[in-house]
Design a protein around this ligand. Structure first.
Ligand code: HEC
Length: 200
């Protein structure tokens, strides 16, 4: 903090620091309230850093999703679906299993998972996110309708926490094409693990 240059020795404290005087309550020296404010700012900064660190780990699906195969890369509809699944819908958050540290199992990508969380109040709830790789449980037409309405083929609404997505027809088609292009048995791991579970 700069001292008023015309009062380098601060002979009139209340002129140099009018704000501090105004907020100080009787019996509370301005210095103490400034120290408290600094401590509060420090605590808030620490909380923000802690929150950022916590949310950065475990990695987001986009960081760990297997690299697309050449076959996938050559199909723009599949690549659009991959973008929607990994960067917009974050489907792997629920549909991909993790190890005991919370890291995704890359060779089990999108093969379904028991959810690691549950609601705090009673509500309709599905505790398991089924496998999506290879789209094992729905026809392409059923899955497209489901992603546009949130309704299962039998007309029943999907249960939370699965979001009742309202993808447009083109996007639903892309998501379905991408899920279809994932190998439903997890596939064999490549030497670097990146091609695991992907094939066409
Ligand atoms: C917050 C967790 C969560 C996210 C995110 C999520 N899902 Fe789900 N999903 C579930 C759960 C749980 C179910 C089971 C719902 C039920 O049984 O009613 C489910 C069911 C499904 C089904 C029906 C499968 C079947 O066999 O019945 C499909 C298809 C599906 N999800 C696709 C997706 C896609 C595609 C995305 C991303 C665009 C996605 N989900 C994102 C949790 C999630």
């Amino acid at each position: 903090m700069k001292l008023n240059p015309t009062h380098p020795s601060r002979p009139h404290g209340h002129h140099a620091y009018p704000r501090a005087r105004r907020v100080a309550t009787p019996g509370t020296p301005a210095g103490a309230s400034n120290r408290r404010a600094r401590a509060t700012i420090g605590a808030v900064c620490l909380a923000i850093v802690t929150a950022l660190t916590a949310s950065a780990s475990p990695a987001t699906p986009a960081d760990v999703a297997p690299e697309p195969t050449q076959a996938q890369k050559s199909d723009p509809i599949i690549m659009r679906g991959r973008y929607l699944v990994e960067h917009v819908g974050l489907c792997a958050d629920c549909h991909s299993p993790r190890d005991e540290k919370g890291a995704f199992l890359r060779d089990r990508w999108m093969l379904g998972s028991a959810l690691p969380f549950q609601p705090m109040v009673p509500m309709p709830w599905a505790p398991v996110a089924p496998p999506l790789a290879g789209l094992p449980s729905m026809t392409e037409a059923q899955a497209m309708a489901f992603l546009q309405t949130g309704q299962r083929p039998d007309g029943s609404p999907v249960r939370p926490p699965m979001p009742p997505f309202r993808f447009g027809a083109e996007d639903a088609k892309s998501v379905v094409a991408y899920l279809k292009s994932l190998k439903s048995d997890g596939g064999a791991s490549g030497p670097d693990g990146t091609q695991a579970s992907l094939a066409k």
